[in-house]
Write a protein that binds this ligand. Structure first.
Ligand code: OAD
Length: 231
């Protein structure tokens, strides 16, 4: 069975109603990264950081997977599929994808500030500012902040390296080290990018096809073609 790796960013969830980061209407036009997404912000401005992620979690509860998530899940009937996502939502899982690696953490989890291995699910959307873990330490969102290590990165490299086909969806490829994953494909891998914009593909080594469509249209179309080519 051919292996397909799907590498996604905020654009895959845009048509579900979740804002991207760097588009004109994106989250980083409304918030400064250094106020809500750094370890320093969590120390200096704990209430704002927790409120920011509470808002994201609350909107996720009323959000549904879109046609792109569904088509990616559908691929599993025909291919060995792994999803590597920069997204902290759970829309790939809810659409039915069974192997999803979250590079930047997960909104529906919190973790101990003392022990990064002590990760707990959160019920509902609201983290209280003084919620504590079993070890007595304060809980924090299970999110990789800017300036922090990306613990899943090595595993993601191994996954991308085994791909026969890499599909990149809805990411500006502006954030490292995530963006450099595209360098780790084997020389025989076929690459597709689905994005209505112009992601920074300068690190891509293999021949690449850019499908300049929104994910909700472009991904189902590509998936249909890949399945048809098997026959
Ligand atoms: P960006 O906001 O940087 O990029 C979004 C990409 O999605 C752009 O290339 C858009 O052209 C594209 N896009 C917009 N609408 C789309 C649609 N309907 N269908 C397909 N593509 C669409 O988001 P990411 O690349 O995911 O990290 O950002 C990477 C990381 O930066 C995030 O994981 C987050 C952020 O800061 C952390 O918070 C740690």
């Amino acid at each position: 069975m051919k292996k397909i790796v799907v590498f996604t960013g905020a654009g895959v969830s845009a048509e579900s109603g979740l804002a991207t980061f760097r588009d004109a209407d994106g989250l980083w036009a409304q918030y400064r990264i250094e106020d809500v997404c750094t370890p320093e912000a969590l120390v200096r401005n704990r209430a704002l950081v927790i409120e920011f992620y509470n808002k994201r979690r609350k909107e996720l509860l009323t959000t549904l997977p879109n046609a792109a998530h569904t088509a990616i899940a559908e691929l599993e009937k025909h291919f060995d599929v792994e999803v590597v996502t920069q997204n902290v939502d759970d829309l790939h899982e809810r659409a039915g994808s069974t192997k999803v690696l979250h590079l930047h953490g997960e909104l529906k989890k919190l973790r101990s500030e003392r022990n990064p291995e002590l990760i707990v699910p959160i019920e509902g959307w609201e983290q209280q500012i003084d919620d504590r873990a079993e070890d007595g330490a304060l809980l924090r969102p299970h999110i990789v902040f800017f300036g922090e290590a990306v613990p899943m990165y090595e595993r993601a490299i191994e996954i991308v390296n085994r791909a026969d086909i890499l599909i990149i969806v809805g990411t500006s490829l502006a954030v490292y080290p995530a963006a450099s994953l595209v360098r780790y494909t084997s020389s025989h891998a076929q690459l597709f990018v689905v994005d209505p914009g112009e992601p920074d593909c300068s690190a891509v080594r293999n021949p690449m096809v850019h499908i300049k469509e929104k994910a909700g249209a472009g991904v189902p179309m590509l998936v249909e073609k890949l399945i048809a080519n098997l026959k």
